[in-house]
Design a protein around this ligand. Structure first.
Ligand SMILES: O=c1ccn([C@@H]2O[C@H](COP(=O)(O)O)[C@@H](O)[C@H]2O)c(=O)[nH]1
Length: 237
């Protein structure tokens, strides 16, 4: 397989949130690693485990293992090392787990057999609006909380954050250019928002400076997923 540095770097990460591995493999068989990366989250990993991820990697896809680790530093570090050694392109933790946890995770990946694995941290879930954030932490807007956690993440030396595209413009002005902004909550015009609150269209998100667009249901539940993916790719150039 070509290394990351020479192959193209598709900007859409398709979230594989299926409850059946055959459905997922039928879906993936229509895709091409030059068109998109793939994201495996809690549902599919719990149902189908590391072998499912290995198969996607063997098929040539960059895989983002979206398990959002949030635990004590020792536990998260070991989980991140295991994820890196599975061969994934990217893995994540919750920034609210704190600096000690994030540094331990980074060090564990650096000492793993796959030290190039990217490590990013979730800031504020894109399903949360101001009202939901108020239930967790008072007196701060989603933007302020995202910025605070993104700065902490950058200070810990991680590669980037998961945030909404609505915060991308602000983060780009405050953080190094190479810091990755990975953004779920992407909805083409007219698409159903579902449980997402802080949403943006693919074109507006790229214009705001995001690095990667995470898209699940607008692609996976579409009548013709490939045409949606191709139209997103062509709209973002
Ligand atoms: O803040 C976050 C973090 C992760 N996600 C994940 O992204 C996808 C989004 O799927 P859609 O179907 O496009 O809504 C999903 O797997 C989430 O677990 C997120 O949405 N927000």
């Amino acid at each position: 397989m070509e290394s990351n540095s020479v192959k193209n770097d598709p900007k859409v990460i398709v979230a594989l949130d299926f409850d059946n591995s055959n459905t997922a493999f039928d879906f993936v068989a229509q895709l091409d690693p030059r068109l998109c990366k793939l994201k495996v989250g809690k549902e599919m990993f719990t149902l189908f485990g590391p072998d499912f991820v290995r198969k996607l990697i063997a098929d040539g896809f960059d895989v983002f293992l979206d398990l959002k680790f949030h635990d004590i530093p020792n536990t998260v570090a070991k989980a991140c090392k295991a994820a890196a050694e599975l061969g994934v392109w990217m893995v994540n933790v919750h920034a609210s787990g704190g600096a000690e946890m994030m540094r331990a995770a980074k060090q564990a990946i650096a000492q793993s057999s796959n030290p190039k694995t990217k490590l990013i941290a979730v800031t504020v879930l894109t399903s949360m609006d101001q009202a939901q954030l108020n239930d967790v932490v008072e007196g701060i807007t989603p933007q302020q909380q995202v910025l605070k956690l993104a700065k902490l993440t950058a200070d810990c030396g991680l590669d980037g954050v998961v945030c909404s595209a609505q915060e991308a413009h602000l983060l780009r002005s405050e953080l190094p250019q190479e810091f990755l902004l990975v953004t779920p909550g992407i909805r083409p015009l007219g698409a159903d928002k579902g449980d997402q609150k802080r949403v943006m269209t693919p074109v507006d998100a790229m214009d705001s400076g995001v690095s990667y667009l995470v898209m699940g249901r607008p692609i996976t539940q579409a009548e013709n997923p490939i045409s949606v993916l191709e139209s997103v790719n062509s709209s973002i150039g």
